[in-house]
Design a protein around this ligand. Sequence first.
Ligand SMILES: [Zn+2]
Ligand SMILES: [Zn+2]
Length: 357
Amino acid sequence: MDGFPVKMSEAVCLGASLTLSGICYYLYRKNRTTANKLDDAPHFTIDGKLKDILKVTPGACLQYAVIEGAVQPVAEPLTSPFQKEFVGVLQKFMLREHRLVWNGLSRTWTDSERVLHQRVNAVPFVLVGSNDTAVRVLCPLQASGVHMETTHEKFHQVNYGLGDIIGQYLSGEKLKGQLETEEMLKVGTTLTGVGELILDTDGILILRPPSNGSKYFLSITDFDTLLGEQESTAVWWKVLAITSALVGAAVILLVGRRFYQQLKVRWEREKERREFERLQAENPRARALVTGPEALQDGEEELLENACVICLTQPRNCILLDCGHVCCCHSCYQALPQRRCPICRQSISRVVPIYHV
Ligand SMILES: [Zn+2]
Ligand SMILES: [Zn+2]
């Protein structure tokens, strides 16, 4: 009863929910800021006027701008080894191994994936607008957003003999096969780019990762879709942050309620003890029973006969109601873990001092 009544599970639950809520809130703020910056970024069309705009801009630099243009390679493009007609400027090969692993807890086979090999090829490219104006795109691999499409996908299934199958059941692991994929940013694709737009000393327009810490985007979707995705991600983090904060608040309420109930029991016992002492004070004979040494004067035999069934030393000095048992002293009654008569287990509604006349 002493101390603050927090169970270990509640402390863990509270800590986890508050930490989770903090992380989700941080991610929400981050996504919200990105969405706001995207929303505020000015849009420019790639044409002859863009150079003129940048010439009059301080530092010939627009810190965060949105442009849209068709992908064109600066030199020789990359060709897909799987489909000769696919040419692009970014190419990503991946070989992933798929396995079925036996899960002893859920007693099912679960799919697990592992990247065996990954290779990215890139060639310099520009975004072309009208009048053959082009913007050179730097560091495309640092950009967020979906900027490649799957151009090849093949699953190589593994065939097994009977011996292999028995071995797999014994080891709890089954190799399903390997998935081979190729993704490409194809030549001619319309790409939305959001980043720092500059005019370099050679008079070339360049789009590069922003130096002010904003997020760099290259996306094959249009700008509104890109903004919508950012906003919905922010909303999801917000919902998660609120949910986990609510869980934390519920735990605090639960612990607080229990603490209040324990305090209430303590107050009631204290009130009862005072009431008992008052009643005793009104009756000198009852006081004699409590104080002990005076009771001894009546003879030790009487005291033993009359001893409290719990401590066996103090005289019985209270009546438990409603059952009416006279079986213990008041200090033992107060120490009872539950308000139940130690003889008949009936619940105790009141306790009064006993008077001998
Ligand atoms: Zn006792
Ligand atoms: Zn009883």
